[in-house]
Design a protein. Structure first.
Ligand code: 5U1
Length: 667
């Protein structure tokens, strides 16, 4: 029986390879499904023959509470962009100059898939871990989900596979599968996805991998991370071909091109081919093919100098401007919003677009009834870029900016030299109250789980709350009559409101919604003043001593704390029992690099050596001028010389600038 099961597994794996990697299936889907079914039945009957890499396990793993974090040993970088042939030529010339090599360079050219970047770690040829890119340094462990993607091999095939091998690439939902999935969802009255990218991301971030298993995802490799105990070709193109030989999927459109001209021709070809490709792409990637040259070129910030993405032109569509609504924001800012005849552009249906302010309306010279051009580049909010002049005729109607707030009727003021017009109603204005409370409850502020926008709007409309402090006096009985609110949900929300009372000082400060005080400023303020009382009493001069606070922000802060109703709301919030742990003074702050000695060598590109020294010292590190066996890390910038060689001889850990920055960022 063991032999029969093993043979069936081999056969199914071969079909997977033929179907997903070679795009050349040799059996029908129905026959494939039948074989999987037989294998599952046999494995159930004979559990003693179960193996962890069985193709039957490609569907489903345990349901998780949340994803574990994975630190990428080598950061997952992002790509710089070029948008024109001129910028491409400049990119190539820059490289040639740096390499002091006027000869035409060879580039590996690949489609840039519009999906989700992922890292696959193979040990002894077995897939042991899969992680999302995350912030480039820390991603999420999505191993169970990735194992359900049919064209990802659980075991590599062939010879000379490095002992550890990290493969990087993109997970996508192919366009045809995306449409089929959505059609099915519509028929079942289930949620649809707005575009293939969202579908891929949403499917991969499921805690239940059985759900991921039902989503038609595919993976395509584009590079490597860690390579241990193995040698690979010195050409990026050859390395990709080697991945293919080991069973990893590649896109079909990868080519080798010479110089900027060759790259541009590939760009033109791919742009033409774009509508016929099975997956969505948003550009093309050019990579210096020679790995030694890549290493010489190095990185700038979090992008390699040896590669760039050439974005395809943003996607544009035309539609009609049906009306303009005026929205009132948290700080009273009045934003004109275009109401559009719905139009499918850049992968989503767009029916509204911000017109930003009165100046923008003037600049665009648009009227209600005009035909307008909407642009929605990948991942960017839709924009009206112009009106078509021929259609601005008699039926068009002028857009009139209101002089009174559309929500509370208060006067609208526009401060000289400011583009934004504001309602002067303050917390008298229901719109501002709603936005202030939504902001207070938001994830980055007090993080009240379950207090969505619709609930806040109802609570304000029903006069159940006027300020954020009122949230803490709500009862489940008051919530139950609200729309789509049952007893269980109401109790859960009351518990979440109560739970949020335990917070941090920066989050509380952020939640107050002081103008221009975002997360970073709130953190700086908290670290400087340590207590709310000290901050409340701060003068403009005191505030200007805080990192990155200028005149305008300082003025907003002072004005905020001076206002009586703000003082009352703060007191009411504190009276509910909101509290946070004391902030430690600089001297008491953790010194995570205490006991470590760093040596800086070579030229750093993103900060001066002195800045790097100060940043390291601030975390407790010692920075020395010479390498010895007591050195913990050597940070090697560009053109590092004898210190780097000595560090290599002594086996000391060497960090490049990017790795040092991620280390600093992670502490
Ligand atoms: N095809 C392709 N996409 N892509 C994305 N190659 C590629 N390379 C990338 C990224 C972010 O980064 C490496 C050059 C580091």
């Amino acid at each position: 029986m063991a032999q029969k099961i093993s043979a069936l597994r081999q056969e199914i794996k071969r079909h997977n390879y033929n179907y997903y990697t070679l795009d050349a299936p040799t059996i029908t889907d129905a026959e494939y499904d039948r074989q999987i079914k037989i294998l599952r039945e046999l494995e159930e009957k004979y559990p003693e023959y179960a193996t962890p890499d069985s193709p039957s396990l490609s569907v489903g793993g345990p349901v998780l509470d949340n994803f574990n974090k994975v630190t990428h040993k080598l950061p997952m970088l992002s790509l710089g962009n070029v948008y024109s042939k001129e910028e491409l030529v400049e990119f190539v010339e820059r490289i040639q100059k740096q390499l002091k090599n006027p000869q035409p360079l060879l580039f590996c050219v690949e489609p840039k898939l519009d999906g989700l970047a992922i890292s696959l770690l193979y040990e002894h040829g077995k897939l042991v871990q899969a992680a999302t890119r995350g912030d480039g340094t820390i991603g999420e462990d999505v191993t169970y989900n990735v194992k359900t993607i049919k064209n990802i091999p659980h075991t590599l095939k062939g010879n000379s596979i490095p002992r550890r091998l990290e493969v990087r690439g993109e997970v996508v939902m192919p366009i045809a599968e995306f449409h089929a999935f959505n059609q099915h969802a519509i028929a079942q009255q289930e949620k649809t996805f707005v575009n293939p990218r969202n579908a891929a991301a949403g499917s991969l971030r499921q805690l239940d991998s059985n759900i991921t298993a039902q989503r038609p995802l595919a993976f395509y490799s584009y590079g490597l991370g860690i390579i241990e105990n193995g040698s690979l070709a010195n050409s990026h193109y050859q390395r990709l071909q080697q991945l293919k030989a080991w069973g990893l999927p590649l896109t079909k459109e990868i080519t080798l091109e010479t110089g900027a001209q060759g790259c541009f021709e590939a760009y033109t070809r791919l742009l033409q081919k774009r509508p016929t490709l099975p997956y969505e792409i948003d550009g093309i990637v050019y990579k210096v093919d020679d790995i030694t040259l890549q290493e010489q070129l190095g990185f700038i910030a979090r992008s390699p100098r040896w590669a760039t993405a050439h974005k395809f032109p943003a996607q544009e569509e035309q539609t009609r401007l049906l009306d303009v609504e005026f929205q009132v924001g948290r700080t009273g800012a009045i934003t004109p919003v275009a109401i559009l005849q719905p139009v499918f552009v850049g992968g989503v249906t767009v029916s509204r677009a911000s017109l930003h302010n009165a100046d923008e309306i003037k600049r665009l010279n648009i009227k209600i009834g005009d035909t307008v051009i909407i642009r929605r580049a990948a991942d960017v909010i839709p924009q009206i870029i112009r009106a078509l002049p021929s259609t601005s005729g008699e039926q068009s109607r002028e857009i009139i900016f209101p002089t009174a707030c559309p929500v509370c009727g208060s006067e609208i003021e526009r401060i000289k030299d400011e583009a934004i017009a504001r309602c002067t109603g303050g917390l008298y204005c229901a719109a501002q109250r709603k936005e202030a409370i939504k902001y207070f409850a938001s994830r980055k502020a007090m993080n009240i789980d379950g207090l969505g926008e619709k609930i806040v709007e109802q609570l304000v409309d029903e006069n159940l709350i006027h300020t954020p402090a009122d949230l803490f006096h709500l009862t489940a009985e008051q919530l139950i009559p609200l729309e789509r609110m049952a007893e269980k949900k109401a109790n859960k929300l009351i518990a979440a409101i109560s739970q949020c009372k335990s917070t941090t000082f920066p989050k509380f400060l952020l939640a107050l919604g002081i103008r221009e005080v975002g997360e970073a400023t709130a953190r700086n303020l908290a670290n400087y003043f340590l207590t709310l009382e000290a901050l409340q009493q701060a003068s403009i001069e005191d505030l200007l001593k805080v990192d990155e606070i200028g005149d305008i922000v300082a003025q907003h802060i002072v004005t905020f704390f001076r206002q009586k109703h703000n003082q009352e709301v703060i007191q009411a919030l504190l009276d509910t029992g909101i509290h946070w742990p004391e902030i430690k003074t600089k001297e008491h702050q953790a010194q995570p690099l205490e006991g470590k000695t760093f040596v800086l060598t070579g030229t750093l590109t993103q900060m001066s050596r002195n800045e790097a020294k100060q940043a390291l010292q601030a975390l407790g590190a010692k920075v020395s001028g010479s390498v010895s066996k007591n050195t913990s890390y050597v940070v090697a910038g560009e053109a590092a010389g004898s210190k780097l060689t000595k560090a290599q001889e002594l086996g000391i850990t060497i960090l490049d600038e990017t790795e040092m920055l991620s280390l600093l960022g992670s502490l």
